[in-house]
Ligand binder design. Structure first.
Ligand SMILES: *[C@@H]1O[C@H](CO)[C@@H](O)[C@H](O)[C@H]1NC(C)=O
Length: 148
């Protein structure tokens, strides 16, 4: 069904509790919109990436430099130069575009994929594996998860 590789990132709130943002790679190809629906129905949403470290972890999970996967970023349908996150996270202004990307505004490449090098805009009707994110309180993390 789906291959799940689990992982990481600690977000500390006020030094008291720790919420873990867990990214999961689903090795099942879907269109971006289908992947978004799947993530929202079953989990939380497509992954938001907000730091170099987090991005590197996702790239590592891809396993090979030319493996591609959807992340939660897409073009604002009104302002095409503006990219927004599926989960509504407006705080991050982190981007990891590959050289000469994004280049698909006029080619209707309105969704964003990641590979081992970086991000690129890509046609939303292409089918790719994808990353979704869930949030877990660190106190409830299960040891059956494998951490990269
Ligand atoms: C897209 O941009 C417009 C104009 O700035 C804004 O009003 C709208 O809320 C944006 N859409 C999303 C989904 O963020």
């Amino acid at each position: 069904m789906e291959n799940i590789f689990l992982v990481f990132l600690l977000i500390f709130h006020g030094g008291f509790s720790a919420v873990t943002r867990v990214h999961i790679h689903v090795n099942e190809k879907k269109r971006w919109g289908e992947a978004q629906i799947y993530c929202r129905q079953n989990y939380n949403d497509l992954s938001t990436i907000s730091s170099t470290e987090e991005n590197l972890r996702l790239q590592t999970m891809l396993g090979a430099i030319d493996n591609h996967a959807w992340i939660g970023m897409y073009r604002n349908g009104t302002v095409l130069d503006q990219f927004i996150w599926s989960d509504g996270d407006l705080k991050t202004n982190f981007y990891q575009w590959k050289r000469e990307q994004p280049d698909g505004k006029s080619k209707s490449q309105h969704c964003v994929e990641v590979d081992g090098i970086g991000w690129a805009d890509y046609g939303c009707d292409e089918v790719l594996p994808f990353f979704y994110v869930v949030f877990q309180d660190i106190r409830f993390l299960s040891l059956k998860h494998s951490y990269v």
